[in-house]
Design a protein around this ligand. Structure first.
Ligand code: UD1
Length: 417
């Protein structure tokens, strides 16, 4: 286990380069299993979730080499079709192997996945999609087993625009005869990136980025070289870091349209944001105004930035409200922030935050990946020393966050717990 020790050191200043998107790289890595041959993926973040994903690929026969932000893969003609529990338990995205493996195999098995403890994360929509295309789904020894004869294209309505279900169905539909239509599909930029990757391999996916995605099955696939989009959640975290420290930070390698929900909210709160092509300048002000944040599927406010936002709102003037509509346990960060002096009341899925004039350093726990990042941000401005325990969660999603922040003038030390 690692821990972070943070001491306040004034406003952050300088430039930071954002890595490739974790949530785009994960499904793209799984999707390489849809064909065989050599792939090169660029802008893959060097984070532990990606390491687990490549270890899973290795365990079923794929050779991988991860050097800095480049991953080379050699996918054999045949891979194993059962994902080992010891690896899958570490990462929710292991469920994406179902859709990818189903393209070339008749029977696949993936353990019910792990990942962040942020509320119930069922797979009913993923499975409903496979079943609609004619597959049979069962549970055996803690694993989801999907068996298929010939898959047939279907019209699949998602009760909720689930990111993972949209991705899994999009991949499996590439092996279905005729056309599959996903209605109420997730519209996240990472869905578009996966669709672009699939199309580069030879798939016929149209409509990604809207709530209606159409997939024509039975395409021929070829391995490709591909560059992953920038990580809007890492970018958002650094934007909030600049705002909370009243700093001035330029973010490089960003797509600002992906960040509009956050840009709009921060601007409303009084933070100045200057958009340039491929970069964003964030200028924090002496005070930020309170606001209402409601998390929603894209293009709504991302649940993954709700925690960093809670840290910032703890210091806003007046009363703010956060309504968490995507993952119910994601408000438990409030208890950790309260240990640092924040004033937060939780009522169901809503957090009511009375802005305070300052936070005080404390020993706190990174309950999940984004909560951990939020606590780092709180630590940047809190008086005295903040110690974040169980910080391994943070490394699941942020590469070198300590070094990147320190280059901007912060004092963040990573130590063994
Ligand atoms: C992905 C992201 C995660 C992000 C989330 C929402 C990856 C690897 N992770 O997670 O960082 O926070 O999108 O933007 O991309 N649901 C069901 N049934 C299902 C599937 C989901 O009810 O079959 C519910 C979940 O419980 C949750 C909501 O749908 O309440 C959103 O989940 P989903 O969009 O599937 O999130 P993930 O793909 O797991």
């Amino acid at each position: 286990m690692s821990k972070y020790v943070i001491r306040p050191n004034g406003p952050l200043k300088g430039r930071v380069k954002i890595d490739g998107a974790k949530n785009a790289a994960l499904p793209i890595l799984a999707a390489t299993l849809m064909t065989s041959g050599e792939f090169t993926l660029e802008y893959v973040p060097n984070i532990s979730d990606i390491h687990v994903m490549t270890q899973i690929l290795n365990s079923i026969g794929v050779e991988t080499e991860h050097h800095e932000d480049k991953v080379s893969l050699l996918v054999p003609e045949q891979t194993k079709t059962e994902i080992p529990y010891c690896l899958a338990k570490n990462i929710r995205a292991s469920n994406l192997f179902l859709g990818a493996l189903l393209v070339r195999n008749k029977k696949v098995s993936v353990p019910l996945p792990g990942g962040c403890n942020i509320g119930s994360r069922p797979m009913d929509l993923h499975l409903k999609g496979f079943q609609a295309m004619g597959a049979e789904v069962s549970l055996s020894q803690g694993s989801v087993v999907v068996e298929r004869g010939n898959l047939v294209g279907a019209k699949i309505y998602l009760d909720f625009p689930s990111v993972g279900a949209t991705e899994n169905i999009m991949m499996a539909a590439c092996a279905a005869e005729g056309q599959t239509v996903i209605e109420n599909a997730a519209k996240e930029p990472e869905i578009v990136d996966l669709a672009n990757f699939l199309n580069a391999m030879g798939a016929k996916v149209i409509g990604a980025g809207t709530d209606l995605i159409k997939i024509k099955g039975f395409a021929e696939f070829n391995p490709v070289n591909y560059a992953v989009i920038p990580d809007r959640i890492e970018a958002g975290t650094f934007m909030i870091a600049a705002a909370i420290t009243r700093g001035e930070v330029i973010l490089e390698n960003v797509i600002s349209t992906h960040l509009q929900p956050l840009i709009a909210k921060l601007t409303e709160m009084g933070v100045e944001i200057i958009e340039e092509e491929g970069s964003l300048k964030v200028i924090g002000k002496d005070s930020v105004m309170s606001t209402i944040v409601k998390t929603l599927p894209y293009p709504g406010f991302p649940t993954d930035l709700q925690s960093p936002m809670m840290a910032l709102l703890s210091l806003a003037g007046g009363t703010s409200t956060i309504v968490e509509n995507v993952f119910e346990n994601r408000l438990s960060l409030a208890d950790e922030l309260k240990r640092m002096g924040a004033s937060i009341t939780i009522e169901g899925h809503t957090a009511i935050i009375e802005g305070v004039s300052g936070l005080k350093g404390a020993a706190v726990r990174a309950l999940d990946l984004r909560a951990g990042a939020a606590l780092i941000l709180a630590g940047l401005i809190a008086e005295g020393k903040t110690e974040i325990l169980e910080a391994n969660h943070i490394e699941r999603g942020y590469y070198g966050i300590d070094e990147k922040l320190n280059k901007l003038g912060a004092i963040v030390e990573k130590l063994k717990e």
